[in-house]
Write a protein that binds this ligand. Structure first.
Ligand code: UTP
Length: 312
């Protein structure tokens, strides 16, 4: 039985600076919900109940977000707007949260290792809040948990990426393919060069791992980028004889770990949302026209510069 999830949220979020100087990257919104709320919702839909959030400096608003706020509820009740907080309040009632502080952001592997004292002998689910996965019938983590329980193995979620992009991911090499979406893993390589990559199946932010991951992390030295890499620890599990499977996920994945990724995800989700779809389409159509006008103006300005020889 898998009941606990780890959500590492102790990173510095440097790609979003200066916004993330005081606001955790995990709290940046996708439409009206912070990214981490989508993660907890996926966890609950997958029957997970306990969420161990790894935090750090300036992350305490994550704790506030998943804490009751009776004054706000009373205010909303007075104005008949309780539904605005329904989603968060459901989470608060259905889940247990444990917050652990990572003293220094030494990498994803180190963040996971911080949870070693609160995990017993059971397998654990790991969610990276940078990856939001929606639009699948069974929640992504639920798909992984089913395989982990059936096969008594570790499972990593993967997605095909263009070979030139593999250097941004951990990548799996395949021992055996069981179905179009399920593979037994032969090796895992963190951020390979395209020429060294064993495949174009990139590991994305969902894992089910055996509790032996903590020993494997304990024994690791820093890897790529001087950080303790989770991929290296899973490779160590593999070498110690544990089975690792890769599951090609069903659903739409948004990488919200960069400003452009978050922007694209917001636009995409707005276009799928009953309330926002039409206004967003109207807006996109209107900026399209303005862009064309602006580009036209820039072109004629540049022609004028060239014909008159004037330096503006
Ligand atoms: P990322 O590398 O995407 O997050 O780690 P980051 O380091 O915060 O972001 P950048 O690269 O500086 O922009 C994936 C997840 O792992 C967590 C992050 O909070 C993020 O949710 N993480 C990362 C930790 O918990 N601790 C760390 O030391 C590093």
């Amino acid at each position: 039985m898998i009941t606990k999830a780890i959500i590492p949220a102790g990173g510095l979020g440097t790609r979003f600076l200066p916004a993330t100087k005081t606001t955790p990257k995990e709290m940046l919104p996708l439409l009206e919900k912070p990214a981490i709320q989508y993660i907890v919702e996926e966890g609950l839909k997958s029957s997970l109940k306990t969420f161990i959030v790894i935090t750090g400096k300036n992350k305490s608003v994550i704790e506030d977000h998943f804490d009751p706020y009776p004054e706000l509820d009373a205010h909303l009740a007075l104005h008949k707007k309780e539904e605005l907080m329904d989603g968060v309040n459901k989470i608060i009632h259905a889940s247990n949260f444990i917050y652990l502080r990572q003293k220094e952001p030494l990498g994803l592997g180190h963040a996971i290792w911080c949870a070693r004292h609160v995990i017993g002998k059971e397998h654990i689910a790991v969610f990276l809040p940078d990856d939001i996965i929606v639009n699948s019938n069974t929640p992504c983590m639920g798909q992984l948990m089913q395989i982990a329980m059936q096969e008594k193995c570790n499972v990593v979620a993967v997605q095909e990426v263009p070979i030139e992009d593999v250097g941004s991911y951990g990548v799996v090499g395949i021992r055996k393919q069981f179905s179009p979406n399920l593979f037994q893993v032969k090796e895992l390589v963190e951020k390979p060069r395209p020429i060294d990559a064993p495949s174009n199946l990139a590991i994305i932010g969902r894992y089910v791992l055996s509790p032996n991951i903590f020993n494997a992390l304990e024994e690791l030295n820093a890897g790529v980028n001087g950080e303790i890499q989770l991929t290296d620890a899973i490779q160590a599990l593999l070498l110690s004889g544990e089975k690792v499977f890769a599951y090609k996920i069903q659903g739409t994945r948004y990488d919200v770990g960069t400003p452009l990724g978050l922007l694209k995800a917001n636009i995409d989700m707005a276009l799928r949302h009953p309330k926002y779809a039409q206004p967003m389409m109207d807006y996109l159509a209107s900026i399209d026209r303005e862009m064309i006008v602006m580009q036209g103006q820039a072109q004629s300005l540049s022609k004028m510069k060239h014909s008159s020889g004037v330096m503006l």
